[in-house]
Design a protein around this ligand. Sequence first.
Ligand code: OAD
Ligand code: ZN
Length: 426
Amino acid sequence: MSTGGQPTNNNNTNKKKFKIAVMADTEASKAPEQASEEVKKPVEETKAEGKETSTASPEEKKTEECEGAYGGARIRNPAESDEEEDDDDFDDDDFDDEDEDTEEEEDKEGFMNMLQNFLMSKLHLGSQEEVPKVLEEVTVEGVVNYIKSGKCKNIITMAGAGISTSAGIPDFRTPGTGLYSNLEKYNLPFPEAIFDIEYFRNNPKPFFVLAKELYPGSFAPTPSHWFIRLLHDKGLLLRHYTQNIDTLEHVAGLPADKVVEAHGTFRTSHCLNCRKEYSQEWVKEEIFKDNIPTCTECSGLVKPDIIFFRESLPVRFFQLMQSDFPKCDLLIILGTSLTVQPFASLVDNVPAMCPRLLINREKAGTVDPMMAMLQGMFGSAGLALDSPNNIRDVALLGDCDEGCVKMAEYLGWKDDMQALLESTKK
Ligand code: OAD
Ligand code: ZN
């Protein structure tokens, strides 16, 4: 999920063949055996659009993907060059050495082009003036002025557990209070196992015990949720992408079509065996009776439709991601460590000049310029908060709720925000 070879190539991101990826924790290194390569790599690579499967050879696929990622720059496709050679009158063995030399030179040239385009787009080397600057200044004030200017009409919000901690729902990775640091009683082989589909199939009990403790419904939206709702009320919210399964954005009144629950939902459940659907009420009753929900048809395990590690994300996530992100003119990232893929790399899917505002306790999703270059080659670069060439990324560090209340105030929406906050109390 990266941008193209030139500033205007940014839309190449969207040309890139996109695939249904499985959820993977980039911090899986914390987890031993089970979490190794399997968790980090997508295991299913089906094209979401049209479900067609590429018939391209491995080389063609490589070329397709590189083209997608780098636009103009092209990695030479050996299959094509063979055709060219067939047309050539001089297809004598004597010319093989010469052909190899030419191939080598072309490869080098292709690589240099790709590198140059990459550096220009990611690090803005030699192309500063080509990237239209959207923010007058790369500060919170700059973002506020940009919103106020009326030029920004398609805001995408991306959220994680940090927007719900003040509602009493722990996040995952904050040392001490994060869920993953408080799972001793479950005797898990590694903390993420509680959401690991293979582990769940063999031992579903820990998940259901936790589900009972954290069952959605008994929590109220936070000021961060209300701020997102306010963006919607002001007609500025294109979509809200959330990793949370607590449904608090719905409680805050965001219409269902505005919300993408990237990590699924508790609202429906399915039998893992025969796929029979079960209602939230039925599953909730089983969970609260301390039963393991079991299929009435086939005795298979019934699991709420939240996405576990090694499971594919909902198709709707990929469909909307493809159409939304090219339109985005401001990305607001709230309360997430940006460590779980593919969600984390959504930040790379916005246009190259699109400002990105991170509202979080600490910086997240940043990479140093060298890592950005390497990762960018595989489609992910992250936020440029620490880059000297940063022209669009801003961090509002601290408590999410405070940040959101401040933003509403700076935007002149203090009263509207107050009214929404009052509705929580009611
Ligand atoms: P994390 O726990 O990884 O990150 C939460 C981020 O929010 C951290 O950077 C915290 O510092 C920050 N934070 C917490 N409370 C905050 C507050 N009140 N104000 C500001 N910042 C705050 O949670 P996620 O990024 O959401 O997957 O984790 C992503 C996924 O990892 C989850 O969806 C979950 C987990 O494995 C599943 O449930 C399967
Ligand atoms: Zn069944």
